[in-house]
Design a protein. Structure first.
Length: 291
């Protein structure tokens, strides 16, 4: 049984006549007749009472017609819905965004995208870069804005921007105003870091191990404003992207002697099907990057 047989059956029921049904459907009458016979044979019931080319539904035929109309109605709805997605009148993109990247980069992206594509929804999941990568690999996200260093071979990415991680201090800290700081000088400092699911934190921990000390982490937070506020009050030191750190006049930014440079990109799983909406967001980002 296929949809065409159901459409033939529905039209015969509406017109109670094989000839008129064939004319309406623009097919030969024998094709309609054969289709109805095969349908009855397949179902094992008589759907019509036949009399002088008048087709009257049996009880079984009436029950089957109810089901057929429901199936064909749902099919038509599905086709129309897919048309809306195709024409970008509907669609959802599930996007992963790390907190620090989201705090300075995403608002600009979100506003620009919604202005051009108001009918498309961005469902944002705020997680650390490592967590976003993992979710992409598990097909839990469509796209993710992540730090692209040491990417999994399962993922593909397009560069958005580059940045540098800076040491962030209170204006009253002894190292404030210094041009460059050796990482080893921070051995005794209380650290305020992002949570463990961030690549940013992983980089800082690698530097600590490289300089043979275990950091005194007094707080781990995903809230950038919280971190900046505590640093400004002299509670501890932290490490933020240059564009984030320099936005806050209440903290001092100092470059590290060994610069910690990072690249931020839009990532997706290589073998994952990208919906029309997701592909549109990817194209939008490519245009934004090219400007």
């Amino acid at each position: 049984m296929d949809l065409r047989q159901m459409e033939y059956f529905q039209m015969v029921c509406r017109l109670n006549n094989l000839t008129r049904a064939a004319e309406r459907l623009h097919v030969a009458q024998p094709a309609i007749s054969v289709a109805m016979q095969k349908l009855e044979e397949e179902l094992g019931v008589q759907l019509f009472s036949r009399s002088q080319k008048q087709f009257t539904l049996t009880t079984e035929g009436q029950v089957f017609l109810t089901r057929v109309e429901d199936i064909l109605g749902r099919t038509q709805d599905a086709v129309l819905e897919m048309q809306e997605y195709r024409e970008l009148r509907r669609g959802t993109i599930k996007l992963g965004v790390p907190p620090m990247i989201g705090s300075y980069l995403f608002p600009h992206i979100f506003a620009g995208f919604k202005q051009v594509y108001p009918a498309l929804d961005l469902s944002v999941v705020e997680e650390g870069s490592l967590a976003v990568r993992s979710m992409l690999e598990k097909d839990q996200l469509d796209l993710g804005i992540v730090i692209t260093c040491h990417m999994s071979p399962l993922l593909q990415s397009e560069l958005i921007t580059k940045g540098e991680i800076l040491l962030c201090l209170s204006p009253f800290h002894p190292l404030a105003g210094t041009e460059i700081v050796e990482f080893a000088q921070l051995k005794q400092e209380p650290f305020i870091l992002l949570k463990e699911d961030t690549y940013h934190r992983q980089i800082i921990m690698q530097q600590c191990r490289k300089h043979n000390f275990e950091p005194n982490i007094i707080l781990a937070s995903s809230q950038i404003d919280t971190i900046r506020g505590l640093v400004a009050r002299g509670v501890g030191v932290s490490f933020l992207f240059d564009v984030v750190a320099r936005k806050d006049p209440q903290i001092q930014c100092v470059r590290l002697a060994e610069p910690l440079c990072i690249e931020i990109g839009l990532a997706w799983k290589k073998d994952r099907y990208l919906s029309k909406a997701s592909q549109t967001f990817l194209d939008f980002m490519s245009t934004l990057i090219a400007k």
